[in-house]
Design a protein. Sequence first.
Length: 423
Amino acid sequence: MRKRLTGNLGLKVLAFFIAVFMWLIVVNIDDPVIEKTYAGVPVSVINEEIVTTTNRTYQIVDDTQEVSVTVSARRSVMEKIKTEDITAVADMKELSLGTQIPIEVSIQKYRYEKAYTTPGNLQVKIEDEARNNFPITPTTLGTVREGYVLSELKADPEKVTFRGPKSVINSISRVVAEADVSGLSEDAEIEARLILYDANNNVIDQTILANNLGKEGVSVKVTLYQIKKVPVKLSTSKISAEDGYKVSTISVEPKEISVAGEEETLAELDEIWIPAEELEISGLTERTEKMIEVSPHLPENVMLVDENADNVIVTIQIEQPGVKNFEVSTSSITVKNLSENLQLSYGAVDFEIQVRGPAEKLKVFSTAKKVSIDLKNYSVPGTYIVPVSVDLPEGCKMVSDVEIEIILDKKEEEQDQEDQEQE
């Protein structure tokens, strides 16, 4: 038996090595070493105290806080490695040239041939640390429910302290707490998002800064008012016409104003009253308009929904015996002889004519299709004052001639063609 085992020993050893060699070839063919790159691997910084204990701080620059890691491993292993299995570490102890830290890679759970990062170094900027206090300006995102309006916003807390690189702290121009009020219909305190802006209104990255807000963060206290449309009423006792004239009608536009306030206050508000002192006008001989500011006549804790809608226009119509005033809309004017290559617009929306005549005829007279302008003498673009013609009943006449401002422009297609020719 021993002789059989030791016989041809050299051939048997050779056969063993050939078998091992063939196994290695097969393994490398079936499970070769391959290379794969994993993007977006975050870099962790350790031993930061080397910088921070000297009242300095650092910030990562050149977007090196995330790197790509290239790994070499057998195919069977590579199929199991995920991005989260890879650890990239920059040790502040290895800081060189004041700006670069070598990045070391490890993959704890798997056996691999080699691994390296691109870029190979974490780029940092070392500078003095600073801190400062900033007021927080509350603002909102979205729209509250219909029928409500924002009344008051208050940030909680109203100030915040930031600590970080001096250049970043000095670049902060304003701090905003943004709260989403979409669909809100009652007072609320809403968790807000803190946003930092520089002087050019660019958003500042906060990840390199520390603040004193803690886990609670920042919120915005939102107070809402309800909306109500309230009619405008006038005291007209101090309006009078000249002898021989009389006040015909007095109207106000808009007739209603949208205001906002607390529910209990609005429940008691039925009208906005304009006192007689605001309309103290005498000796009127013609149609007169007066602008009245509304906000001084609102109750306390009631505000306008639209701050730009703070005025109403009071129109006072004046008539003489045997004379009737007619308000004419420019849209009802009959236009004669308008040049085919021109388009017409008006300098006003409406105007007034006064007609003298028998009361029975003035009572039934209507300006519909009776007011016209003739543009046969106006063939060039421009702004003109043109006479207005009115077809009146027999026995009636205009108290005074009426003119209106018109604007003539080239039609759009004519202007486009002219522009193309000039090009």
